[in-house]
Design a binder for this molecule. Structure first.
Ligand SMILES: Cc1ncc(COP(=O)(O)O)c(C=O)c1O
Length: 427
């Protein structure tokens, strides 16, 4: 790819005489403030190319760049160097041939799916998944005739039967499902998808590319909300996709045509987050493992779901396919006393953020039935493995002793609520 000043372009033909110097104040100000400095040394950080447009040497080279006949930049909805650097960085850490950055995780999921789906196609997707993804696949793609069958993707026989039931274009799964942390067996799902002639797309947001790499296990495309662990500081909304060069080219066309581009400043912040991503992930993993093991021993905690615990239903898959020493920063747990006791835990916690996101330096606790899965009915929640008292914790980078003390206070209050309202125990 040539630099933004397009040095590969043919020089503009000279008219002979030197062009007249601008005389008007406005012309002079515009020309003076638009001169980009020539930098011969490589900056240590990727610069923010905060520009909508790039100037070419002449009309012919602009046409060549816009038309993709020549590498380069013309207009930031098509491509921008800072955003391209983020896509390239993600490809490298996800183990993909190519990568691309988009306006959000949902934009990334949309572009990845739109790149492979056509009207009338059939998709097999998880019952347990991020609520907005279910809505996007079922309702938004559904309006264009895409049929979505929701199944338990942790049951490989069920997936096999669903793929065999009718020609299927796409199998979709989350490495660790939001909010239950149910783990997808990527190697087996990729093999099943390919045997039935389907693409396999994996959302790796919960696990992160430090902990699990779906592309190296056979997935065709991996998507991640870079809003979460890659950005890492809950100050941007961004999404990334990686896969083969051909598929990313198709994703790029959807991004250009829908305009779902990421702004250069957000791309810069995501790149800055990636600088410390593995270091942060190690601390997230240590803290989460310690908190999960502690929660499992507490009175009034009915179930802890953390992929790194031997009690997790898919722990064997985690042992085969995830980083051996790190099962990520996401866990869920259920307290006795159902919805009321769960609410009491959240309201008592003082060191954590009551917020609907995840993957940040801050520990974040949510009640999924009223936030990330709010689109689902009670029946759909239970079918997805989400009981009313389920709490989802994104374990941050605080000192784990402080987190344990905070949850100890929360659980004490929840036990009181559960004892005072026994009728709610099974609610
Ligand atoms: C698993 C998962 N995928 C995708 C998304 C969407 O990401 P974004 O909010 O960046 O669009 C989320 C958001 O919480 C998520 O949890």
């Amino acid at each position: 790819m040539t630099s933004p000043s397009d040095p590969g372009a043919t020089p503009r033909p000279q008219a002979g005489a030197t062009p007249p110097a601008p005389v008007g104040d406005s012309t002079r100000a515009i020309r003076a403030a638009s001169r980009t400095p020539a930098v011969l040394q490589r900056p240590t950080s990727v610069p923010i190319f905060q520009t909508a447009t790039f100037t070419s040497a002449d009309a012919e080279s602009l046409a060549a760049v816009v038309g993709d006949a020549r590498a380069g930049y013309s207009y930031s909805r098509l491509s921008n160097p800072t955003t391209t650097a983020l896509g390239d960085a993600y490809a490298e850490i996800a183990g993909g041939e190519a990568g691309i950055a988009l306006a959000s995780g949902m934009a990334a999921i949309h572009a990845a799916c739109a790149a492979v789906l056509r009207a009338g196609d059939r998709v097999v997707a998880p019952l347990a998944a991020y609520g907005s993804t279910r809505v996007q696949l079922g309702q938004d793609f559904g309006r264009f005739g895409v049929e979505v069958e929701l199944v338990d993707v942790t049951d490989l026989e069920v997936v096999d039967a669903a793929l065999a039931a009718a020609p299927t274009r796409l199998l979709y799964a989350e490495s660790s499902a939001n909010p239950t942390t149910f783990v997808a067996d990527h190697a087996a799902l990729a093999e099943l998808a390919h045997r039935h002639g389907a693409f396999y797309i994996a959302d790796n947001t919960f696990a992160s590319s430090h902990v699990c790499r779906p592309l190296t296990l056979g997935a065709d495309v991996v998507v991640e909300s870079a809003t979460k662990y890659l950005g890492g500081h809950s100050d941007i909304i961004a999404g990334v996709v990686a896969g083969s060069a051909d598929l990313i080219e198709a994703v790029s066309r959807v991004r250009t045509d829908t305009g779902a581009v990421l702004a250069p400043f957000e791309a810069f912040l995501a790149l800055r987050g990636i600088l410390t991503f593995p270091v942060r992930m190690d601390r997230h993993g240590q803290n989460a493992r310690a908190l999960a093991s502690w929660l499992e021993r507490q009175e009034g905690v009915e179930r802890v779901l953390y992929p790194g615990l031997p009690s997790h239903p898919q722990h064997a898959v985690v042992e085969r396919q995830w980083r051996p020493d790190n099962a990520g920063g996401m866990l869920s747990f259920e307290v006795a006393g159902g919805r009321a006791a769960g609410g009491a835990v959240i309201d008592t916690l003082e060191l954590t953020e009551r917020t609907a996101s995840l993957g940040s330096v801050h520990t974040m606790v949510v009640h999924p039935p009223s936030t990330s899965q709010r689109q689902l009915s009670d029946e759909e929640l239970l079918a997805s493995g989400i009981r009313p008292g389920l709490l989802r914790v994104s374990v941050g980078l605080e000192d784990v002793e402080d987190l344990v003390a905070d949850f100890e206070r929360g659980l004490a209050v929840a036990r009181g609520v559960a004892a005072a309202t026994p009728a709610l125990v099974d609610a």
